[in-house]
Design a protein around this ligand. Structure first.
Ligand code: ADP
Length: 483
């Protein structure tokens, strides 16, 4: 992997704690999902070492909070610039450990960096408030202050952006950050630390604790009284565990959890645009995002035409090693992920669905699977209630607008939803009726640093990105002055 990088010193297998590069008691392996070979052995930190990182972050935060917003913005801007300067290398590291095609990895580095740029700028705009007093001698001020040490746990599907989306608002607010990246993708996290150090982020403010033991590190994050904020992206199942653990300390929590996104195509939609949108929404990162369309509902009048056009386009997508030119669909993260997609396909077939494209594992040693489309999907099939997290597009047929809204909302999840329609009153009505934190109308791509990302129901708590995203790392203090 080193030989593929313009700057090989970006590849770092040690953890980064208190401005020091740290080896653990042992190491854990990182494999390339395209070939299954081990590409790095990364420092495996223990719970005690995570506690030491929290101690360092606790001390560093007090000083960091004294910096002016403009000073914090200055080093964050340098950090952003370094990410962009090294975009190709960062993308290569990501593709090697995560599998996504290089072009998508570059896109994620740009997206991930944008949070550092955006929140660095926001550091200058953390405004408080004055409120007219309730008595003649009273003056009321509301201050916004950093909450303290923020601990983060992130998944492998967006190994860079899920960290920067949390670390950037934390640092901008004046918090310090201790992050535990997924064990599948630690190198995308340690390289952020390499660049943070080069940018001049002070020791202890940004820490990366690499570890194979998620539950041990998670316990330390929840039980250590020096941590005041927990921010997590991952499954609803693990989110519930962390919320329970964090309850003892009444810790402020942000949770970006699972989704089961509906994608609805109405009769009046621009069908070609809907096909394009569905492809971007369903097959980005090979279906491994929590905002990927999981259920595609198509109105009866356009169902057959949509299925045909979608199959034609998806059938042309190239599956392969993400580092090779022209690859559009990389491997899935591991063999279990492949099995889950195959199970969902088998389950659908056994309940009467028809596979019109793909349906099988692709040849080769990696975790490849052909992009798959099934028609005749029904609410009894597994993907109606569970996230597939892979390249399987099930097409459900519907007749009536109210029915499809009810079906779309019939889930414990409420992260992203999408629909295609032209009628303006329908657009408003459906956008209002969908019980989701995010609604894409006539678009399949909704992620940007300037908008609030987050879910309702069991998809999460809090919002990331936009000026709202920094609030999760701030406390309000009401000061009442008698003059
Ligand atoms: P995904 O399906 O995206 O891997 P998970 O919720 O399983 O979703 O994992 C998200 C992150 O949470 C990963 O970094 C994983 O290692 C971590 N994790 C899993 N179980 C726990 C736990 N009990 N406590 C803390 N972190 C955990």
């Amino acid at each position: 992997l080193k030989s593929l990088l313009k700057d090989p010193s970006l590849l770092e297998t040690r953890a980064y704690v208190n401005g020091q590069w740290q080896t653990g008691q042992g190491t854990f392996d990182v494999t390339n999902p395209a070939r299954g070979d081990v590409i790095a052995e990364v420092a495996d930190l223990s719970r005690d070492e995570a506690a030491a990182a929290i101690d360092a972050a606790y001390v560093a935060q007090k000083e960091w909070a004294k910096w002016t917003g403009k000073e914090r913005a200055g080093v964050m801007r340098k950090w952003f610039d370094l990410m962009i300067e090294n975009q190709d290398d960062l993308a290569t590291i990501m593709t090697a450990e995560q599998g996504k095609p290089l072009a998508e990895a570059k896109g994620e580095i740009g997206y991930g960096a944008s949070f550092i740029e955006f929140f660095g700028e926001e550091a200058k705009r953390i405004y408080g408030e004055t409120i007219p007093g309730h008595q003649r001698d009273k003056r009321i001020t509301v201050m916004k202050q950093p909450i303290g040490v923020a601990a983060s746990i992130t998944p492998w599907n967006f190994p860079t952006a899920m960290i920067t989306r949390k670390a950037a608002p934390a640092l901008a607010a004046g918090c310090s950050f201790v992050g535990r990246p997924a064990k599948e993708t630690p190198l995308s996290a340690t390289v952020l630390a390499v660049l943070a150090e080069r940018a001049g982020i002070p020791a202890g403010v940004f820490n990366i604790v690499t570890s194979s033991s998620a539950s041990q590190i998670g316990k330390e994050f929840c039980e250590n009284p020096k941590v005041r904020k927990l921010t997590f992206t991952g499954s609803t199942e693990v989110g519930r565990i962390l919320l329970k653990q964090a309850a003892d300390q009444v810790m402020k929590c942000s949770m970006e959890l699972g989704g089961n996104a509906p994608f609805i195509v109405f009769d009046d939609a621009d069908l070609d645009a809907a096909v394009e949108g569905a492809i971007m929404c369903k097959f980005r990162n090979n279906g491994q995002t929590c905002v990927c369309a999981n259920r595609i509902y198509v109105q009866a009048g356009v169902y057959d035409a949509f299925a045909k056009k979608l199959a034609e386009k998806v059938g042309q997508m190239k599956v392969g090693d993400g580092l090779k030119d022209g690859t559009q669909l990389g491997p899935l993260i591991n063999a279990d992920a492949v099995d889950k997609v195959l199970e969902h396909i088998a389950d659908a077939k056994s309940k009467g669905a028809e596979v019109i494209l793909g349906g099988e594992q692709a040849e080769g040693t990696g975790n490849y699977i052909h992009p798959t489309i099934v028609t005749g999907a029904t609410q009894e099939m597994a993907f109606a209630t569970e996230e597939t997290f892979g390249p399987l597009a099930p097409l459900f047929k519907f007749e009536d607008e109210d029915d499809v809204i009810a079906l779309a909302n019939d889930t414990i999840f409420g992260l992203a939803s999408y629909f295609y329609a032209k009628d303006l009153s329908r657009v408003y009505k459906v956008a209002e009726a969908l019980e989701y934190g995010i609604v894409g109308v006539n678009t399949g791509i909704i992620s940007t640093e300037v908008a609030p990302f987050g879910g309702v129901k069991q998809s999460g708590l809090g919002r990331e990105g936009s000026h709202h995203g920094i609030e999760d790392f701030l406390e309000m203090k009401y000061v009442c002055l008698s003059v």
